[in-house]
Design a protein around this ligand. Structure first.
Ligand code: AMP
Ligand code: GLY
Length: 429
């Protein structure tokens, strides 16, 4: 069986390593993949947004099944295009990927179907947005570009001036292009954040083990927002009671709402939740696996990933078991100095073995390339170092120990991944 994975980051590497456990898969392609992924799959130099190139490659190479991992090809309709060519694929069609592709759509959906989320208003006119913010006069306030913005389209403004600057950046300077034609102005919520990824075939929903991302660049949740600097799973703030409550008030209602709108969602639906004093609320939906959540969730998946993905596509998830191991996982991201702003690439990475790994951990490559036979840095987030252990503290220690073996010039990592989660566990005792 030939399987193709669209994408080329750490998340895709984690998906590929897990798919490799299925012995029926004889060929694995990554489009475009990256330096480290090339040890586990055949990398093909086709961009994840080049839908014509992707479909053409899949047809010519007899691809039996595709996994479309990143947000942009999903929102552009990659799964629809593959389906038209007769190739089944994991991921939502464009009509359902809009749940991530338009924050205005997702907010209107939640309002219509009474799914708990932050209060908000939508604007297409900057002057009206500013008038609303001034009259509302509560800070912080959250300003969000409607469309995809590489995870950078959310600005938390502490004052009117900061809010006005955010509106200008998004709507007038068009920092995120057409994604900023519309904005959502939203109430600021507080509480621990939880990521819950769910497999779904459009009817049945199977939540995966919960996780916690660390979005800020620096220790103590300081510095700029990034794509994610590390993760732990499970998330200790997410109790069994909360899981039950979220299933009833958020997860199933979202699936039902998408069906009622004629937009059945198949694939991985990511719920970004905030556990507020008023109960769990949706901060965001993603139409895909999270990065770097995947790098702690999939190492704990006991079931065969290909079988589960296929069940999501074929509508047979009700007959398919999705089981997780009892342990815990931690992932520490090694980033280029300067990320998420300016950084230099092309530095040699030392400390990895012939296949890009280190003992005691799973290395998920993100921004790496092979140059003259050597692994070099090629992006902001360079790789994730993931480890699994019986408890969280041991998983964190293992991940940091392995990370300590790896080095490249100006390497940056947070030293406090999992610290907040460990505090929560200590409080429980
Ligand atoms: P998003 O890209 O929607 O995940 O937003 C990025 C981050 O901004 C989230 O992970 C939260 O930490 C924060 N955020 C987004 N919306 C809100 C909100 N309404 N209140 C507080 N923080 C928020
Ligand atoms: N880690 C958050 C995301 O994938 O959007």
């Amino acid at each position: 069986m030939n399987v193709m994975v669209v994408g080329g980051g750490g998340r895709e590497h984690a998906i590929i390593k897990k798919l490799k456990e299925n012995k029926e898969i004889t060929a694995l392609f990554a489009l475009p993949g990256n330096g480290g992924i090339s040890f586990d799959a055949q990398c093909v130099d086709i961009k994840a947004t080049d839908l014509d190139g992707i479909v053409d490659f899949a047809v010519k190479n007899g691809v039996d099944y595709a996994v479309v991992a990143p947000d942009d090809p999903l929102v552009l309709g990659c799964v629809d295009r593959l389906a038209e060519a007769g190739i089944p694929a994991f991921g939502p069609k464009a009509s359902a990927a809009v749940l991530e592709g338009s924050k205005a759509f997702s907010k209107e959906l939640m309002k219509k179907y009474h799914i708990p989320t932050a209060q908000y208003e939508i604007f297409t006119d900057a002057a009206r947005a500013l008038a609303y913010i001034e009259k509302n006069n509560v800070y912080p306030i959250v300003i969000k570009a409607d469309g995809l913005a590489l995870g950078k389209g959310v600005i938390i403004a502490q004052s009117y001036d900061e809010a006005a600057a955010a509106v200008k950046t998004i709507m007038q300077d068009k920092a995120f292009g057409k994604s900023g034609d519309k904005i959502v102005v939203e109430e600021f919520l507080t509480g621990p954040e939880v990521s819950v990824l769910c497999f779904t075939d459009g009817k049945t929903l199977r939540p995966m083990i919960s996780s916690m991302d660390h979005k800020r660049a620096l220790d103590g949740d300081m510095g700029l927002n990034t794509g994610g600097m590390g993760t732990v799973a499970p998330n200790p703030f997410y109790t069994a009671d909360l899981a039950e409550q979220c299933m009833k008030t958020i997860f199933q209602p979202t699936i039902d709402a998408m069906n009622a709108e004629g937009r059945p969602f198949q694939g991985c639906l990511y719920f970004g939740l905030m556990l507020t004093a008023d109960g769990p609320k949706v901060i965001e939906y993603n139409c895909r696996f999270g990065d770097p959540e995947t790098q702690v969730v999939l190492p704990l998946l006991k079931s065969d990933l290909y079988t589960v993905m296929r069940a999501c596509t074929d509508g047979t998830l009700d007959k398919t078991a999705v089981e997780f191991a009892d342990g815990c996982a931690a992932c520490v991201i090694l980033a280029s100095g300067g990320y998420p702003q300016k950084y230099v690439t092309g530095y040699e990475i030392v400390g990895l073995d012939q296949k890009g790994g280190v003992p005691g951990a799973d290395i998920y490559h993100a921004g790496t390339a092979v140059k003259d036979g050597l692994l070099c840095t090629a992006g902001g987030r360079v790789m994730g170092v993931s480890a699994v252990a019986k408890d969280l503290s041991a998983a964190i220690d293992k991940a940091y120990k392995a990370a300590g073996r790896i080095h490249f010039k100006d390497m940056h990592m947070r030293r406090d991944i999992g610290k907040r989660a460990l505090t929560a566990l200590t409080k429980e005792d």
